[in-house]
Design a protein around this ligand. Structure first.
Ligand SMILES: [Zn+2]
Length: 181
């Protein structure tokens, strides 16, 4: 009886160790390779630019994406956005708690914002913003635009009908069955 217990305990310990090993076998480098693979596959299929992304939860890839701007006529279809949409759909959640994002390139300001809204635990990026600028994908100007006065932006911004727009906010505050996020 005692031996059986010991055997069971040892078997379970061995299994746990095996799982741990197989998880750690798949390292950050491997996940990043998957992101890069998505980038190259998407680019070769003429879906869009050379950007890929995978999202990992508990050692498993639960979301994948690559840039699909030109093939879907969607200027927001960056790799991180398409991967976040895929992961959230698979998780049936609007949050990426406990998830790690691996993106082949440092996120642009739009994707950076999307990542903050999705709330993953961590982000790993391959190429830098500068590497992207070197091949013609320069998003540095967007960061600079944020600080400019509305009228000085390259796309001018102007406030209009604030009072009317505030009605939606008032209704939200009063709404009793709202899903907060
Ligand atoms: Zn982006």
């Amino acid at each position: 009886m005692c031996n059986n217990f010991n055997k069971k305990f040892l078997d379970e310990a061995a299994k746990a160790l095996e799982n741990q090993e197989s998880e750690s076998d798949f390292s950050n480098t491997d996940y990043m390779s998957e992101a890069v693979k998505s980038a190259i596959q998407g680019m070769n299929a003429n879906e869009g630019g050379p950007f890929g992304c995978v999202i990992v939860k508990n050692g498993e890839i639960i979301g994948r994406g690559n840039n699909k701007v030109t093939s879907t006529n969607d200027p927001t279809a960056h790799a991180e956005i398409t991967a976040i949409r895929d992961a959230c759909k698979n998780l049936n959640s609007f949050q990426l708690e406990g998830c790690i994002i691996y993106t082949s390139c440092e996120p642009c300001p739009m994707c950076l914002g999307a990542i903050y809204w999705a709330r993953p635990d961590k982000v790993y990026f391959g190429c830098s913003q500068k590497d992207a600028a070197n091949i013609g994908f320069d998003d540095e100007f967007i960061y600079k635009e944020i600080e400019l006065d509305y009228q000085n932006r390259s796309i001018p911004f102007e406030q209009s009908s604030r009072k009317e727009a505030l009605v939606a906010f008032q209704k939200w505050q009063e709404k009793e069955d709202k899903i907060k996020y």
